[in-house]
Write a protein that binds this ligand. Sequence first.
Ligand code: 4NP
Length: 150
Amino acid sequence: MTTSILFVCLGNICRSPAAEAVMRARAPQLSLDSAGTGGWHVGQPPYGPMQEAARGRGYDMSALRARQFSAGDFLAFDLILAMDPQNLADIEVQRPGGTLTPVKLFTDYLPGDSAFAGATEVPDPYYTRDFDGALALIEDCAGGLVASLR
Ligand code: 4NP
């Protein structure tokens, strides 16, 4: 049974904490966390414009703090979900021998009837500046993820 899920992006201040916040609202019984493959923002709260967009859709991200992904996360979580294929590759190179923890793309869970169906990454709003669009995509991925766990 999947009871713990880790969301991973690059900085852990935009996409993965947003995914964590959306999933906390939809599946409070799960153990959820997020992390970044990079360490630049460790200890910082989510990026202001990301928090603002999230608040607009009813999610409070203010208590979250960035941390860096580590190999130990393969042992601590049932499922690891990457926001883009580069994140997935950067996670997989750290896999400890003998661990079978699945690492997948969050977009793998997009429902077929989503407006975003076929997307293979959550575009990084830190660069695109489309924070609300990233949240809309994350909400669709989260809906498919919740359905897959039932
Ligand atoms: P995230 O976005 O991976 O969605 O948190 C980023 C935020 C900051 C940086 C990169 C990506 N950065 O290089 O500072």
